[in-house]
Design a protein around this ligand. Sequence first.
Ligand SMILES: O=C(CO)[C@H](O)[C@H](O)COP(=O)(O)O
Length: 211
Amino acid sequence: MKLQVAMDLLTVEDALLLAGQVAEYVDIIELGTPLIKAAGLSAVTAIKAAHPDKIVFADMKTMDAGELEADIAFRAGADLVSILGSADDSTIAGGVKAARAHNKGIVVDLIGVADKVTRAKEARALGAKFVEFHAGLDEQAQPGHDLGGLLTAGEEARVPFSVAGGVSLDTIESVQRAGADVAVIGRSVHSAADPALEAKKLRAAISSSNS
Ligand SMILES: O=C(CO)[C@H](O)[C@H](O)COP(=O)(O)O
């Protein structure tokens, strides 16, 4: 299972600092949606330039104009770009067209989608590299949020998938047991007193579950 850490910060400077602290332990560096909105796609370019050996994920959360938005993110240096599962099929197909032109990938984010299993299969059929079973920050803040529902849906869908929604050291092994291809971590790392140590522990938790 790959480890994806989200730079859910607001400046390129802070993102470069965090990426430098955690890169050693991470497979995929994500540029969070608020960062891209605050700083623009120059954030993607800066991270890719600093970490050319890492997979760079631009969390565009595109809802329309899939081909155009994916194209500008790939041109900026992204290897993976997210499109919302709630978008029209043509938006996802447009993003996939851009991904194929750049030899890169589209990730379909199922945030806010009611029937995630069905949409995951549809997104994969449209050409998504993988789908993200995701409970967003606002959904996580609601009472009764439980990562278990995402993991069950991921297992059921039988497509390549990532899991995002408050994943931490306490839950990363359950994400791996569910068969996820990627665990996405935001606050557990960027809000930790020592983000590098937290990323190291997460990497170790994955590695020990592999054996
Ligand atoms: O895309 C996001 C929010 O929309 C976050 O990057 C994702 O949810 C991971 O962060 P956290 O682990 O804090 O939930």
